[in-house]
Design a protein around this ligand. Sequence first.
Ligand SMILES: *[C@@H]1O[C@H](CO)[C@@H](O)[C@H](O)[C@H]1NC(C)=O
Ligand SMILES: *[C@@H]1O[C@H](CO)[C@@H](O)[C@H](O)[C@H]1NC(C)=O
Ligand SMILES: *[C@@H]1O[C@H](CO)[C@@H](O)[C@H](O)[C@H]1NC(C)=O
Ligand SMILES: *[C@@H]1O[C@H](CO)[C@@H](O)[C@H](O)[C@H]1NC(C)=O
Ligand SMILES: *[C@@H]1O[C@H](CO)[C@@H](O)[C@H](O)[C@H]1NC(C)=O
Ligand SMILES: *[C@@H]1O[C@H](CO)[C@@H](O)[C@H](O)[C@H]1NC(C)=O
Ligand SMILES: *[C@@H]1O[C@H](CO)[C@@H](O)[C@H](O)[C@H]1NC(C)=O
Ligand SMILES: *[C@@H]1O[C@H](CO)[C@@H](O)[C@H](O)[C@H]1NC(C)=O
Length: 808
Amino acid sequence: MDMWGRVYSFLFVFLQIFSLSPCVAFDILKQDKFLHVQKPEDVLVSANGVFNAGFYPVGENAFCFSVWFCNSIDPNRTVVWMANRDQPVNGIGSKLELLRNGKLILTDAGRRTEWTVDFVAASPVQLKLLNTGNLVLQQLDGTDDAFLWQSFNSPADTLLPDQVLTKDTYLISSKSRSNYSSGNYKLYFADNNVLRLSYQVPDITSVYWPAPWLVPWEKGSERSTYNSSRVAVLNSSGYFRSSDDLWFWAADLGIGPLRRLTLDPDGNLRLYSLQDGRWIVSWQSISQQCRIHGLCGQNSLCKFDHVLGRTCSCLPGYKIKNSTDWSQGCIAEFTGSYDRREFGFLRLTHVHVETYGYHIFKNYSLRSCNEHCLHSKDCKGFQFKYNFDEGSYYCFPKILLLNGCRTTSFGGDFYLKLPKSRLCSENCSEESRSGCPNVNQILNRTYEKGKENGYVKVLLWFSTALGIVEFICIFLVWCILFRSNEDNKVTTKEYVQAASRFRRYTYSELKKATKNFTEEIGRGGAGIVYRGALPDQRIAAIKRLHEADQGEAEFLAEVSTIGRLNHMNLIEMWGYCVEGKHRLLVYEYLENGSLADNLSKTALNWARRFEIAISTAKGLAYLHEECLEWILHCDIKPQNILLDSNFQPKVADFGLSKLLSRGGINTSSFSSVRGTRGYMAPEWVYNLPITSKVDVYSYGIVVLEMLTGKSSTGARAEGRSADLEQGQERLVPWARKKINGATSAETWIEEVADPMLGKDYDIDKMKLLIEVALQCVQEDMHARPTMSQVVQMLSLHDNEASQYFQGP
Ligand SMILES: *[C@@H]1O[C@H](CO)[C@@H](O)[C@H](O)[C@H]1NC(C)=O
Ligand SMILES: *[C@@H]1O[C@H](CO)[C@@H](O)[C@H](O)[C@H]1NC(C)=O
Ligand SMILES: *[C@@H]1O[C@H](CO)[C@@H](O)[C@H](O)[C@H]1NC(C)=O
Ligand SMILES: *[C@@H]1O[C@H](CO)[C@@H](O)[C@H](O)[C@H]1NC(C)=O
Ligand SMILES: *[C@@H]1O[C@H](CO)[C@@H](O)[C@H](O)[C@H]1NC(C)=O
Ligand SMILES: *[C@@H]1O[C@H](CO)[C@@H](O)[C@H](O)[C@H]1NC(C)=O
Ligand SMILES: *[C@@H]1O[C@H](CO)[C@@H](O)[C@H](O)[C@H]1NC(C)=O
Ligand SMILES: *[C@@H]1O[C@H](CO)[C@@H](O)[C@H](O)[C@H]1NC(C)=O
């Protein structure tokens, strides 16, 4: 290289360094000096070049004195702290000044003081931006950590690692992504020492996290009220720990990524990690978006699904108040004087209307609850649900309908009071396809940042899911309180304990538990399953995965997602092991084996088969829709549906496609075909996009097998099905042919039903199940129902007796 070349490259490097100039400036403001709003170079830069402090534009000619991530690290210059978020200063003439007497003062153009740090300093002081993002006022000669003032003590909407949230500090969300002024959500320590999130507007304050129906000290809420120190901190490895026993950690645990814990404008608390200049969600407090209060306003219903995101709709009989703003809610379409004889009730299944019950009536019959609500003009409806502890129904009349939410995992029903003229006919559910008053509008997704970018979308789905960690804590208890099935109290308790014992095992522990991997109980595509006795005496099914070239951190992230999914119809994961190349998963062991083992046994009577069909659908609906991360199972078959001692089904093996290859996260582009012959949807064959409908298809086949006693794969076909040839190509057409060829419903049902059942089944339910199953196995994936629709179809029928009640 010649000399000019050297000079040139030297200059080039030199220029490059200085083109980043705002990030290589000074980190100290001395006495008598000021930062001026008009000079873009007037910013403090932390010594490590990560943070800036200066004037940040927040609107037209409006600036706030802020700390943000330097743009060479985060192109969006994300703000972490603001001094004057609710009183921005003018873009001309405003300045931040450190006076000789040690007073720090922010003045607007007109010399008006907007913000100040006021005290008398005896010795010389300086303002310094530390590497942690903390802006501090310290004595020049003092020790480094004796601060006269620090920004960490007055957070805005963000906590940085090592920044302590105390009983005197709180986070307030921003109004919106573009408006930084104080919004409606708050994170703080309540008087009972519990860290919580609440929605606060002038006339309403409501706590939504932890779930308001949880009593904090009750077992399972995982929060404690006993420790009054009220401190919480995120440490630099990504662990968050609060004195109320709440703790969680980032999916990308470890020292390295920059992180921030932010109360977002949508009311969700999220932990973000910076990866390649992008903020990735690595934990969030609430994954069921509808749990956040204040989103849909009064008299409306919030619903979440993975296709539409979060949607608000008005309850039947109500119409939207302001079509541009859902938070204003809906108003009644019926007016006039109240005459109780003119009113009746519409039953909304799986609908939960939170808070604002004025009374709880225990051990009430539906009719007396109904009577009670009709008596009162102000009663707008009531929640009616079974209480397992007391073995009776509870009635919760409501005078204000707020935070209505529909979720298939909620067991209770809501009865909405409406004028009789507005009660829909029997075949019209509250979903009201036609005829019923209803408004439906799609709200924008929470994460607008990521739109139009497949990669980001994938990451978002993935990272969003990591929030399930917390959600599970809430959800678990919720399930316990509101479970609609017949599990008794004892198993419920065991459930909690087990869930809280989710842990990491060492390889030698598991080797010992399985007696050196001798008792094999199953074998699948992903690995071999062994029976084992854990150190605490519990019997477990231990799955040893085939070696995967997946990093430990990734494996851990996936496991913590899967392990914390919790639904009574999903198999429970107790722990895992990752050591060197070993990857093992520890599951609960179910004594009754799989559905496949039981299909030809008499123990599987009609009631149990129906229960298995509906409960399996609930488990899958939960996987598909309620966990924000949309987990496809992709291998539903009788071998993967396990039965507990009460013959309650639990779906096993979910999430494994993700564990085995990261590519599996991108659900629209599976790299290879998954599943088992006989249960695979046509999409796999025709190379169509893979959606949750592949699971619906497999579910349909399983239900058909269970009802007809015939196998789709031919494995059990021998000797039991003279007119059924092998292969799934046959099972479905065979059933369809029987149905079409028959003269009446009775005859085809008799021909199709498993001979082992004899005549011992409910003919209406059998008909319904077969019809639903046949809908599930349609060639056209769009024609198949979703799993939650299946649950609804089956459970509506299950309780059809009480579609609605009319007043006397
Ligand atoms: C932000 O919202 C507040 C309160 O609604 C409003 O007063 C202010 O003008 C907004 N600021 C900007 C920059 O839009
Ligand atoms: C953060 O906390 C976790 C759990 O208490 C601990 O294991 C880890 O060492 C801590 N990291 C740092 C950097 O202090
Ligand atoms: C209360 O919480 C703090 C912070 O987590 C902890 O240091 C302290 O030991 C706790 N006190 C008790 C009595 O548990
Ligand atoms: C910065 O924010 C914009 C808009 O909010 C978004 O579109 C963009 O992807 C973000 N960029 C990065 C690197 O996060
Ligand atoms: C609806 O809400 C928007 C925003 O809050 C407001 O500007 C508008 O005036 C409202 N419209 C009506 C009809 O109240
Ligand atoms: C509920 O009420 C019925 C009659 O009103 C009574 O027989 C029953 O014992 C009550 N159950 C409980 C749990 O109080
Ligand atoms: C039920 O719906 C069908 C068509 O959707 C309609 O023809 C029928 O009249 C409805 N039944 C009642 C009782 O309104
Ligand atoms: C959703 O966002 C897009 C783009 O930001 C906007 O055009 C659209 O009006 C928004 N829809 C609603 C319902 O707010």
